[in-house]
Design a binder for this molecule. Sequence first.
Ligand SMILES: [Zn+2]
Length: 125
Amino acid sequence: MSVSVPLKAALRGRCGVCSEGKLFEGFLTLKSRCDHCGQDFTVADTADGPAFFVGFFIMIVLAPFYFILPVAEIPISAKVLGYGVVLAATVGLAYWLLPLAKAVLFNLQIYHRAEQAQFEDQAPK
Ligand SMILES: [Zn+2]
């Protein structure tokens, strides 16, 4: 299987192992296991990784607008409208991208059976 399998499944919110079972039971809450293949979803944890990547992406894309609007030579009403649009884009992008980023990171973890790093002398034998 290629690495695109878990990525394509993530874009559809599906399990990274079988590509069939749903990942989420809530907006960002994962199910405890896959309904289709039985994959245990508690073996991996994305922690704050999705928020980190999404936050930085949004900052890189939209931060220039927050700096340009105050110095732009446009009427104050246009600035207020501009801030409204940029704020809505910030919130909208965050809500749209967070589940996708979480699904991608989670699917890559379970697909590659990634685990938390351990010292060799503390690893289970
Ligand atoms: Zn599955």
